[in-house]
Design a protein around this ligand. Structure first.
Ligand code: ARG
Length: 463
């Protein structure tokens, strides 16, 4: 009977925990994934205790060997996780005592599960952030490669999802690179801020043992220690900050996904997504559905939800640790899993996109996308911009009526709207002339796209 198991805190209790309460309050079903970080933290703690003379070298060695053996048991799938032992910390500690006897009971000297769990989560997230950044940079690199290949490809640029001006596909792709560059910076900021160590705060007030927190921090690769014990055990800002960064990143992936879905539709037909990233329909044989981008768009919702969950979790908590904090883990873990998987599949999907260049160009030709270029041309001939705007508006109206693009009109047709229009107008009415003219940093000209790709690669190298 699990609720008859003796609790490490059982001293002041005369009745066993209600069986349902035991399961209700346990976190081991989900926090066991912190085992490696928990063991790492315990080894550093025991090493520090020996250094300051609280443990003998022999006691330290017995504890460290025992913890390593337990880690091997867990990794071999041989560890019997127990709900009665509540969480990952007490499962491992109880097993240590089983394995090495009474000396195992000394490990918890000068610490509490409160500073222990806060340390574990930071160690865990630090490792996950490194993996996430790796996937993110793989995606960024894939975007730069595709952008460079498509530096000359012309597509319509949109505002209000209406054809606005021609842009190069490479330029459009690099807009996504810029968003991800900011996400990358935010995640790095988060990683730097979280890398301080709560251990030593103990339950809330610190400990009366002569601990050396800086030594433990050094062993664990922390940049420093949390400077207030109450804050150390209660702070979950780093988790919220990470999930906020993840929400922004997922929002970007979601917008990108939305564009991929639109572009892959029969109506746009700008790209072909790789077969391995799509699925078919069980009833409509012609279908090739963009499941991967759709799912990423969908998964963004749950990450946003986790952000609200964590903010709400913290908003009512008085100092210092409260059991509420146990609820931080599932939203955090699910955010890590969702983000990592989404980045991974996105990075794989980008090189499998085949642009349909002719369709993009035809779409750019058909929506009067060079109307602004005609207005700018008139301005260069001395027409005030507002008048030029009016002239071009009339030319577009004729085009709509006659089903003609501006570049398809004859010089005579164009000149009925302004005598300033000459033979050289056709240079600016071409799509290639239009994009090539936007030749400044941040502009869509193919030369600028190539320069931006070089800068993007240098940025990736430096990070
Ligand atoms: N399982 C707990 C958590 O996840 C560990 C800390 C528990 N501390 C306590 N005093 N009950 O937050």
């Amino acid at each position: 009977m699990s609720n008859k198991v003796e609790k490490p805190w059982g001293g002041r209790f005369s009745e066993p925990t209600d069986a349902f309460v035991e399961a209700f309050t346990a976190s081991v079903t989900f926090d066991k994934r912190l085992y490696a970080h928990d063991i790492k933290g315990s080894i550093a703690h025991a090493t520090m205790l020996a250094k300051v003379g609280v443990l003998t070298a022999a006691e330290r060695d017995a504890i460290v060997d025992g913890l390593r053996a337990i880690e091997a048991e867990i990794e071999a799938g041989e560890f019997a996780w127990s709900i009665a032992r509540e969480d990952v910390h007490m499962n491992i500690e109880a097993r240590l005592i089983e394995r090495i006897g009474d000396v195992g009971k000394k490990l918890h000297t000068g610490r509490s599960r409160n500073d222990q769990v806060a340390t574990d989560i930071r160690l865990y997230l630090r490792d996950e952030l490194a993996e996430i950044l790796w996937e993110l940079e793989r995606l960024q690199a894939a975007l730069v490669d595709l952008a460079e290949r498509e530096a000359d490809t012309i597509m319509p640029g949109f505002t209000h999802l209406q054809t606005a001006q021609p842009v190069t596909f490479g330029h459009h792709l690099l807009a996504w690179f810029e968003m991800l560059k900011r996400d990358n910076g935010r995640l790095r900021d988060c990683a730097a801020r979280l890398n301080v160590m709560p251990l030593g705060a103990a339950a809330l007030a610190g400990t009366s043992y002569p601990i050396d927190r800086h030594y433990t921090a050094e062993l664990l690769g922390f940049d420093g220690v949390c400077e207030n014990s109450l804050d150390a055990v209660s702070d979950r800002d780093f988790a919220i900050e990470f999930v906020a960064d993840a929400s922004l990143l997922m929002m970007h992936l979601s917008r990108f996904s939305e564009e991929l879905v639109i572009w892959a539709s029969a109506q746009f037909d700008f790209i072909e997504l790789g077969d391995s990233f799509c699925t078919g329909s069980s009833i409509m044989p012609q279908k090739k559905n963009p499941d991967v981008p759709e799912l990423i768009r969908g998964k963004t919702g749950r990450v946003n939800g986790h952000l609200v969950a964590l903010l709400t979790l913290m908003k009512g908590q008085p100092l210092a640790y409260n059991k509420d904090n146990q609820e931080d883990k599932e939203p955090l873990f699910d955010t890590v899993d969702t983000l990592r998987a989404s980045l991974r599949v996105f990075a794989d999907m980008i090189p499998a996109i085949t642009p349909k260049r002719d369709n993009m160009r035809a779409a750019a030709r058909s929506g009067f996308s060079t109307a602004t270029d005609l207005a700018d041309y008139l301005v260069r001939k001395g027409v005030p911009f507002r008048d030029a705007h009016e002239v071009v508006g009339k030319a577009v109206a004729l085009g709509v009526k006659e089903n003609l693009d501006l570049a398809d009109m004859s010089l005579a047709q164009l000149r009925q709207f302004s005598e300033q229009i000459g033979e050289d107008v056709f240079e600016v009415l071409t799509l290639d002339g239009s994009v090539a003219a936007r030749d400044h940093i941040g502009g869509t000209a193919p030369a600028q796209v190539r320069a931006a790709c070089d800068r993007a690669r240098a940025w990736l190298q430096a990070h």
